[in-house]
Unconditional design. Structure first.
Length: 109
């Protein structure tokens, strides 16, 4: 089965641990396509988060201005957060919206 469809199936069934594990599989596949996907710093951040308890992660954004999104069970959240902070990463909170994507506009002065 296509990995994307498998992940979708896990999400709609609420199989979150399986989704997290598949997220890790997608990172491994992406890294295998080309060496330009990652570098030693990104690899170390990812490996540290996995060792601290994250099940998987995804690199989002582009050109050095992106960020990692990690799937972490609540019991490992503190350890992963501390590990990432010690690697001089900034932590950002977010939440899922049941109604889908929510956006807003701001005025630039």
């Amino acid at each position: 089965m296509n990995l994307c469809r498998k992940m979708h199936r896990h999400l709609i069934r609420g199989e979150l641990l399986e989704f997290g594990r598949d997220l890790h599989a997608t990172w491994q596949l992406k890294r295998g396509f080309t060496s330009s996907v990652s570098n030693s710093r990104v690899d170390e951040i990812y490996a540290s988060a996995i060792r601290a308890g994250a099940l998987g992660g995804k690199l989002l954004g582009a050109g050095g201005g992106g960020f990692f999104l990690f799937f972490v069970q609540p019991r490992f959240r503190k350890a992963v957060t501390e590990c990432l902070r010690s690697a001089e990463c900034r932590i950002s909170a977010f939440r899922f919206e049941s109604r889908g994507v929510v956006s807003w506009r701001t005025k630039l002065t």
